[in-house]
Design a protein around this ligand. Sequence first.
Ligand SMILES: N[C@@H](CCC(=O)N[C@@H](CS)C(=O)NCC(=O)O)C(=O)O
Length: 212
Amino acid sequence: MIRLYYYPANASFTPHVLLEEIGVPFELIRVDKENRSHKSPEYLALNPAGRIPVLIDGDLVLFETAAICLHLCDRHPEASLAPRLATTERAHFYKWLMFFTNTIQADVLAYYYPDRYTTDRDGLDAVTAAAERRLDDWFGIVETALARGPFLLGDTYSAVDPYLVMLARWGRHMANPPGRRPRIGDLATRVLARPAVGRAIHGEGLEGPFLG
Ligand SMILES: N[C@@H](CCC(=O)N[C@@H](CS)C(=O)NCC(=O)O)C(=O)O
């Protein structure tokens, strides 16, 4: 059975949603982050970066959220969570997935872990502020692109939509929360109304409004 190492509302959330959308049996394994078990030798053997998530699918041990998402989409084409290969839509799907993981997610890490981005103990707030400024620009790009929504690929829901909602949650403490932008907010409402997404939220024990 597929196993997903997760922590509530962490990067594991999108793979969790995809597993719910696909409808295959899977086991959720909560990482004991409070006791830093994601830095334990056992966990590092699965993901040497010591990050969440990890997916185990048979003999395959996979880390990196975007890779896990692509793998799940490819293994379960019947779930229609990604456009067909070699289509224009697939190219846009790659674009958003890469933008989310390389650009937005990278700056979210600087926003939450500023101590990893400077050796100046007095400079932490400045790192967070600069990360927030960049994130505001990035979410602005997404908001503009959603003019042809309601989903990132237009009329068709795909794996990048719950990914965006996960990122919007992480940005909920920003001065300009991405989920309050009209088009991202509308997309989030549609995504959060999906039964599979509701099951993932419930399964992770998340309470309160998802976007804060
Ligand atoms: N690029 C990685 C980043 C994963 C990541 O940073 N996960 C966070 C939780 S959202 C984490 O494990 N943080 C703990 C840490 O960095 O020590 C991915 O997408 O899988």
